[in-house]
Ligand binder design. Structure first.
Ligand SMILES: [Zn+2]
Length: 82
């Protein structure tokens, strides 16, 4: 059993399993897709995944925005307490 088949791939386009046979370009023998063009399938690091899931979106829903924008300017008056 020669184990000289190179790296194993699963074509991201057609799902064909193949080995790159140590060729410089790991192209699918069936559809010819260059596996280097595959969308990055690396599993996100747990940290990144959590960050994405729990990302505190600072954007406030515009629908909730009322006419209370004036309060922002009032805050500046806090310094005037004297
Ligand atoms: Zn393919």
């Amino acid at each position: 059993m020669a184990r000289d088949l190179g790296s194993k791939y699963v074509c991201f386009k057609c799902g064909t399993k193949f080995y790159d046979l140590k060729k410089p370009v790991p192209a699918c023998p069936k559809c010819g897709a260059d596996q280097r063009d595959a969308p990055v399938a690396k599993p996100l690091s747990a940290r990144a995944a959590r960050a994405a899931a729990a990302a505190p979106k600072t954007e406030e829903p515009e629908a909730a925005a009322t006419e209370e924008e004036d309060t922002e300017t009032e805050e500046e008056e806090d310094d005037d307490e004297d």
